[in-house]
Design a protein around this ligand. Structure first.
Ligand SMILES: NC(=O)c1ccc[n+]([C@@H]2O[C@H](COP(=O)([O-])OP(=O)(O)OC[C@H]3O[C@@H](n4cnc5c(N)ncnc54)[C@H](O)[C@@H]3O)[C@@H](O)[C@H]2O)c1
Length: 438
């Protein structure tokens, strides 16, 4: 491929050198003449292990050069990567000045080009930026229409400074967000030599991915530090704890518990988070992130409550009562809390959960219903149909496999609020479908 790289900072110079090493013809572009001169002299404009050698070799072998001239770079290439900075403003918002300017400059150069050109956004930008800032700037100055004279894709960078060359060579995945197949193929062709799974998605999902990943990484760091701070006070070796923690790839380091949906509950998670927090308080250890776990969980119950109340309907059916499918444990079930809040707002309720019926319950669970929530036990129905037939709004509270089938019997005048992303998501229901956070 013939590729131009706009912005020769950390991302741009690593990308330029690495693509050149893979046999592509690369032109680096920067407004900073010193960075351009450095690349042309085979020197790295940034400190990054191995980058000096990589740039020197590829510049000497003629696969890499740099310029301050945008028009020349666009005329001589078929794909352009935008790698300019997107720094924070004082209030935390993204400063898109550089991105908008480089898009205008690339657009102006595209005005004089007759062949299709793909512009790849590699800078980190929030969802909506490519459609709201980059494409309008390109259209404004090129006089061409997106998808006609030029294409656009989003290809976030996952490298870490200090190990950037290795990360470029072996990224966790290559992500290409696009709305047109031609734009994807132009971008994917750059990565033929890279050994990583290729994930193709929409532009907005690709934009959001980078923020989701980086926020997750930041959360991991502060979580580990907070656990470490408690461990130190308890005289426990935090590294041994986290080494063992990381060996659990089933629940700890896995996709488990990472699907947006409803609040957690049950007899363990809320109790144990509370107990750790209480102990930390006794030890005078601040846990700002861990302290926000239960409030965040309560907020998700409030969000579900608001969504039901926002329908304005007064007859509500709950499918699922225990905190997850396949159990009769009602302790700290977020659906029980939701049910109580709905009753408090004057909503009439019908509830179905095949594992929770007074006739079947024994021991602690029966006692829990009779002592703690007697006002809810009378609302339990024996069949799903009873709940579906008699409700204006049906709230799905757990992943019980029978719910998807049952919901095919809903009517046009009903609303289904899905808190768990049932497999019926996206399929045609008679009722109006609403997801709690999708
Ligand atoms: N640094 C990282 O490790 C990293 C990793 C992944 C993603 N990112 C993202 O990549 C983007 C770039 O980050 P960076 O750290 O490489 O930035 P940087 O500040 O190091 O480099 C940006 C470069 O863009 C140049 N530039 C600005 N306007 C230009 C224009 N109109 N034409 C040509 N060049 C122009 C600047 O002179 C500068 O050399 C950011 O959005 C960042 O969030 C950075």
């Amino acid at each position: 491929m013939r590729v131009s790289v706009f912005g020769l900072g950390y991302v741009g110079s690593v990308s330029a050198g690495s693509f050149a090493a893979d046999g592509h013809d690369v032109i680096g572009v920067d407004v900073n003449a010193e960075k351009v001169a450095a690349i042309n002299a085979g020197r790295s404009p940034i400190v990054e292990p191995g980058l000096d050698d990589l740039l020197a070799r590829n510049a000497a072998e003629g696969r890499l050069r740099a310029t301050t001239n945008t028009a020349e770079a666009i005329a001589d290439t078929e794909v352009s990567l935008l790698c300019v900075g997107t720094p924070s403003r004082k209030n935390g918002s993204l400063d898109l000045t550089y991105l908008e300017r480089v898009s205008e400059e690339v657009g102006a150069a595209l005005a004089g080009k007759s062949t299709y050109h793909v512009v790849v956004v590699r800078s980190t930008v929030l969802p909506g930026t490519t459609h709201g800032v980059v494409i309008p700037a390109l259209e404004r100055t090129s006089g061409k229409k997106y998808g006609d004279g030029f294409g656009v894709s989003v290809n976030p960078e996952f490298l870490r400074e200090g190990t950037a060359l290795k990360d470029f060579r072996k990224p966790p995945l290559t992500l290409v967000g696009h709305n047109h197949a031609a734009d994807a193929s132009g971008t994917i062709a750059l990565y033929q030599a890279i050994d990583a799974p290729l994930v193709s998605t929409s532009i907005r999902v690709a934009e959001m991915m980078k923020y989701t990943s980086n926020t997750w990484h930041a959360l991991k760091v502060v979580f580990a530090n907070e656990i470490g701070n408690v461990c130190k006070k308890l005289g426990v070796d935090s590294h041994e704890v986290m080494d063992i923690f990381c060996r659990d790839e089933k629940l700890n380091l896995s996709s488990y518990y990472l699907k947006p949906g409803f609040a957690f509950g049950g007899s363990c998670l809320p109790k144990d988070v509370r107990a750790l927090q209480y102990r930390a308080k006794e030890l005078d250890v601040e846990l700002p992130v861990i302290a926000q776990i239960l409030p965040s969980n309560r907020q998700q119950i409030q969000n579900a409550l608001d969504q039901v109340l926002d329908t304005g309907r007064k007859r509500v059916g709950l499918l699922g009562f225990s905190f997850k499918a396949g159990t009769d444990d009602l302790r700290e079930s977020p659906i029980v809390i939701l049910a109580e809040a709905l009753l408090g707002k004057g909503v009439s309720l019908k509830i179905y959960d095949r594992n929770v019926s007074l006739a079947k319950l024994v021991g602690a669970n029966k006692e829990y219903i009779e002592k703690q929530i007697p006002h809810l036990s009378s609302l339990l129905c024996n069949t799903i149909d009873e709940v579906i037939d008699g409700s204006e709004v049906i709230v799905v509270g757990n992943q019980s496999p029978e719910f998807s089938d049952a919901l095919t019997k809903t009517r046009k005048d009903q609303i289904v609020i899905d808190l768990v992303r049932l497999p019926i998501y996206g399929s045609l229901l008679q009722a109006e479908y609403r997801g709690i956070c999708w």
